[in-house]
Ligand binder design. Sequence first.
Ligand SMILES: Nc1ncnc2c1ncn2[C@@H]1O[C@H](COP(=O)(O)OP(=O)(O)OP(=O)(O)O)[C@@H](O)[C@H]1O
Ligand SMILES: [Mg+2]
Length: 372
Amino acid sequence: MLLVKRPEALDAAFVPDSLRLREKEIHAIEQNVILPLRGGNSSLMMVYGPSGVGKTTTMKFIQKSLGDVAVLYENAIAHTSMRQVLLDSLNRLGRINPSLFLSYDSIFGYLNRYQARTSKKILLIVDEARNCLRSDPEGLRILSKAHETFGTSMSVIFVSIENPLNFVPGITGNLGILFSTQRFRPYDVEELYSIVMERCRIALVDEAYDEVIVRYIAGMAEQFGSARVAIELLQKAAHIAEYTNSDTIGSDDVRAARAMINPFFTESKLGELDINELIMLWTICRCIGHGVRTNVTCVSRMLADTAQSFGVGPGKGMNVYRVLKRLENMGLVESRIMGMGDRKGVKKVIEINDLPVSVLSEKIERLIRRLS
Ligand SMILES: Nc1ncnc2c1ncn2[C@@H]1O[C@H](COP(=O)(O)OP(=O)(O)OP(=O)(O)O)[C@@H](O)[C@H]1O
Ligand SMILES: [Mg+2]
């Protein structure tokens, strides 16, 4: 039976016509960035907050709703310099393949001519800005002074998950940059409920959902405060129900959906581990290798080696059983007692069942290098 009437409304990139629950944030952006820009004052804002809390959607919503300002939206995930971000924007404005060596003078000269032609002020939104903020503080300084130096009426909003105060060298000190910040907090369960309910109304036929199932989805996503998790659960559950010819989404469809987005759950959990726990989990991955399971003896033996190879020194007083328990409680590993065959007694074995071990160890490695 057809349950999804508008599939695109369940896509991550969908921007609703009205964006509820972010009115306060939108108002703050208007007051601190857009109104001043209209009046000829350029400014900088740092937007931050955890994954799935509507940062990108809010930016796209603002872009859609502003007619009198030229809003340039750039996803900078692969960029490590402000120059690259600006060159992408020029590209978007029709300057085909601007040279990588274009000077800031020429870049802003082009933007000034664009402004003269259209009589529009420019709002540049740099999404996923962590990399370029971290690696190019000098570029940030130049951008922040663009109005004084080059006469360009441009404001910039940088969007990242973590507060840039924590990772941009010198941002409050010698760079001398003025900026405002806007935090997007995680959604609570009632908010998630209303977001999912609204999305059901837009995307599904009436018979496909009811209050109980929407509550179930909201409850599952609550742990992350993430509307992305909630909507992805809804999308997958709806498709599963449709595929199995149900006339409504059932709780088992939601469970199956959850199992499908497990890598996401795992990733968020990894973010909560400290360095000792990460090293332990990585060691477990290594012990399992291409096999099915490992045991405490192997893990204990390899632990010090692993720690050393990451250059962090063996965790002081790390209690293997305690750390293992925590990993188990978080659902990252499973352990059980297994017979070793006739008269060989029993052993505690450890398994990882959510994700391929190779994928998991790569993710852990990245996190450890970031932490140490
Ligand atoms: N207030 C809201 N109303 C309706 N839908 C929302 C709201 N906030 C977020 N969403 C939906 O949740 C999903 C995730 O939002 P979005 O991509 O904006 O998160 P994000 O904060 O940018 O996350 P990330 O840091 O991972 O990029 C999108 O599908 C979006 O439509
Ligand atoms: Mg985003």
